[in-house]
Design a protein around this ligand. Sequence first.
Ligand SMILES: NC(=O)c1ccc[n+]([C@@H]2O[C@H](COP(=O)([O-])OP(=O)(O)OC[C@H]3O[C@@H](n4cnc5c(N)ncnc54)[C@H](O)[C@@H]3O)[C@@H](O)[C@H]2O)c1
Length: 352
Amino acid sequence: MKEIIHKEFKIFLGEGVLDFLSEILIENEYSKVFVLMDNNTYKYCWPILSPSLVNYITIVIPEGEQHKTLAQAEKIWTALQQNHADRRAVLINLGGGVISDLGGFCAAAFKRGIDFINLPTTLLGMVDASIGGKLGVDFLAYKNVIGFFQHPKYILIHPNFLRTLPAEEMRNGMAELSKHALISDKNLFDKLEATKEIGFDKFPSLIFQSIKIKAQIVKQDPFEKDIRKTLNFGHTIGHAIESASILHDKVPLRHGEAIAIGMICEAYISKAIEKLSSSELEMITKFYRQRFSKYQKKFNYEELLGFMRNDKKNKDGLINFTLLKRIGKPKIDVNCHDKLIIESLEYYQNLA
Ligand SMILES: NC(=O)c1ccc[n+]([C@@H]2O[C@H](COP(=O)([O-])OP(=O)(O)OC[C@H]3O[C@@H](n4cnc5c(N)ncnc54)[C@H](O)[C@@H]3O)[C@@H](O)[C@H]2O)c1
């Protein structure tokens, strides 16, 4: 089992984590064990986890970002309350980023905070969402507007869960995994470039490297005062596109798909403001265009700018960006004119 242990959070990775979970539950003498999952993780991951647990109560919710809401949180709190959860209860979040964001949010608020343990089951959950203590729900079509910072008691990464993850969800995780490389490790980006498809079995070390980057950044800046903002590369535009897509599209873009578009656009802005080289802009554009299909809807620029103006990362009413000086060298707290933002969206739309 590999491990990353910091004062605030503990990450364990490997086949042994489920046995370790049984030990954790005994050691902590929890009064009740609740397991939160969505329909898919109930079907695919629960059969792998359940033999490791003895007494438990399951809470199963519908899958998808559209359920990362206060209404769903209320249902989870109702299940906890009706099953007499006290402050010594624990919530295990078995799922992707939706489950860890929503479950963590519910646990952090319930009776002013009960322990929760993340068992991420998507690549995106493993390399990103389950780590770092950002919890929350979407609100009025805005992403992650209501939430807390609170670390899970443990993050347990079990590679086997990825075996049932659809290829498009693996690609979704690839967006955040590669973002870690773009903001801090050019060598890792080169390795990812040489890799067409990513699976845990074949590339555990690439995934572990990505997790280490996120963990290291979160450790240095838990409340996003400075270096943690580097993780927002691609997210100012990406979140706006994701929010608009949730609002309008029958099948909304996945988080990673929206962030991949955001990274192309923000790399374009990086070239204009931070002098990212043309060859690196091209490299980044090609990387994401080859791995993600092109979003075909026409952007509504005013609507997207509206979402960006409401972004919680903004300061003094200015839209805040993390850009790249070059691959591996980010620059935080950059503002830019609406005109350049629109130009970057046009750059994406005009790609073949
Ligand atoms: N808190 C953070 O720091 C942070 C960081 C990045 C993203 N996020 C959030 O994470 C969310 C996206 O996470 P996600 O991409 O994991 O989405 P998700 O949780 O919706 O999972 C994607 C899909 O895969 C299914 N699934 C999950 N595990 C599976 C498995 N092992 N086998 C088969 N199907 C499986 C799910 O049911 C769902 O349909 C967004 O809400 C985003 O805002 C949070």
